[in-house]
Design a protein around this ligand. Sequence first.
Ligand SMILES: [Zn+2]
Length: 334
Amino acid sequence: MVKALIKKPLKPVLTSLASRYGAHRQHSATPRLWVLMYHRILPVTDERYHLEEPGMRVTPESFEMHLQQLRKHFELVSLKDWVSAREEGRELPPKACAITFDDGWRDNYEYAFPLLKQYNAPATLFAVVDKIGTDFQFWPNIVASLLLSGAGSRFKNDPVLADAATHEAYPDQEAVAGAIKRLKSRSDAEIFGALDAMDWRAQIPSAMVPALMNWEQLLDMQASGLVDIGSHTRTHARLTSALPAQALSDEIVSSKARLEDKIQRAVDLFCFPNGDFNPEALALVKETYKAAVTTNRGINQSDTLALHELTRVGIHDDIANTPTRFDARLSGWV
Ligand SMILES: [Zn+2]
């Protein structure tokens, strides 16, 4: 209670101070690298925006503002180039920033790519290799779609999906977010098994737009010269001890081979799904890739960084929809 009382009036002040005096504004003798983590770029008018969690989405308007702010503070770099420069002992920009997109969402092609071209901004896209060009949907979007269309009433009878049942037949966004959060204690396999058993596609009134882009779109982004493609595993499996050794190798090593075959380029970068990895996964990633990104938050210092555990700054609209709030996010303070 006391904490809440103190926090409220201080927050805008801290945000303002962080935006003006944070690490992104400071000179440092050691070159530093900010790696920004984006997922989806969707306008509010797009139906998909409303099927997505706030922590996953940024509007095109905000993304354009971000690109403008980034140009003021940083040298925008391709992560691959920055890693090569460091490996070869070349001079690094004092403050570099690399933009990354996780998963390979189709909306990245529709809404982010035109802005990357307009601002001549390099980026890295981490693709879930076996899912590109398929009608795969991530389960939180399926659950949101079912709940918002009233089909969630069938959840009550299922031992797994009952966790996501809501009081209202047509729950609001907040209730949907709560339902998804409750379901996260279950494994992906359990949830997909339950959804497939209820034939989820037949329960949703309008067909869901494919979640991920196709290979033509991915190659078009690569052909622009602005976008590098990295691996985000074959199936987005979390690389924890629950995964057998063969599956671990498939997700880490085979994903690289398959991706290289498709894009006809060397794949040097990897991204851990959900930021999870065990020691075996990390060792295999070190053997296979030049660098990898995590979901651990932080700014990378070029002298002390672990190239296979690069930290990132997650960006989503609810905390980055004004220049002040976005800059505060880059400050390393809040
Ligand atoms: Zn992911």
